[in-house]
Design a protein around this ligand. Sequence first.
Ligand code: PMP
Length: 305
Amino acid sequence: MADRDGKIWMDGKLVEWRDATIHVLSHTLHYGCGVFEGVRAYNTVDGTAIFRLYEHTQRLFNSAKILRMKIPFGFDEIVQAQRDVVRANNLESCYLRPLVWIGSEKLGVSPKGNTIHVMVAAWPWGAYLGEEGMRRGIRVKTSSYTRHHVNITMTQAKAVSNYSNSILANMEATDDGYDEALLLDAAGFVSEGAGENVFMIKKGVVYTPDLSAGALDGITRSTILAICSDLGLKLVEKRITRDELYISDEVFFTGTAAEVTPIRELDRLQIGAGERGPITEKIQAAFFDIVNGRNPKYAEWLTKV
Ligand code: PMP
């Protein structure tokens, strides 16, 4: 990804893509203390707009606070940086990656005495789990790896180091021929996907794990809560067991990258009819209406670049 044309916002300036480099002795590279975001811009009916930019930027600042990192830029500067990057790269729709990391002044576990840095990159990125997966549903495996305990890493921070757990789970699942992993919390209850929140539908009611199961408070998850309310669907946040998913009617993942991805099979057991379910399809359609600017109720969630 490094050798290409384009611009990346780095510590207050737009720099050439190839020049956006850091030193090998950067603290974050060694100890994993860093935070990031995943954001999407859509080519809406009203032009290119970033979806829920303020919520993503707030979560970036919250993640940094949790990890005791002081971002050396204001909230508005980071908002503007994201708009600038989309425009500077002439992107109609894209994925954005803001990242906050610790510099290379000194090593040792204590980051004290190091500078904090910020970058924002953006590039085109289609369906994270594949176009076919969006239509037909994907195949998921319950991971042998446990999701983070809420007092081991901080599960409400989108922290760089949290993702070694996601990577292990995803590699295990994909090596075994599945599309993605589902992780259980330390007590054995359903938590989330490697990079997605999870929902299930049973007898017309929508369920999702409450955040005490260590799942990230996903911005797409909160969009789905609003959609369920609009569609008159009852939504329950509760502890969920893996076998509840096995015998549910529909299951789907949500995330900025994954958007709304149906799950047709879990641990080689067919979910419902083994295809995208009718309620999932309705929720998915409502989601794409909102992000593409076709639902005026949510116009304030779209920030033009
Ligand atoms: N859980 C994890 C672990 C994630 O990485 C993501 C993606 N950010 C999500 C859930 C979904 O969050 P969002 O909808 O805010 O992208």
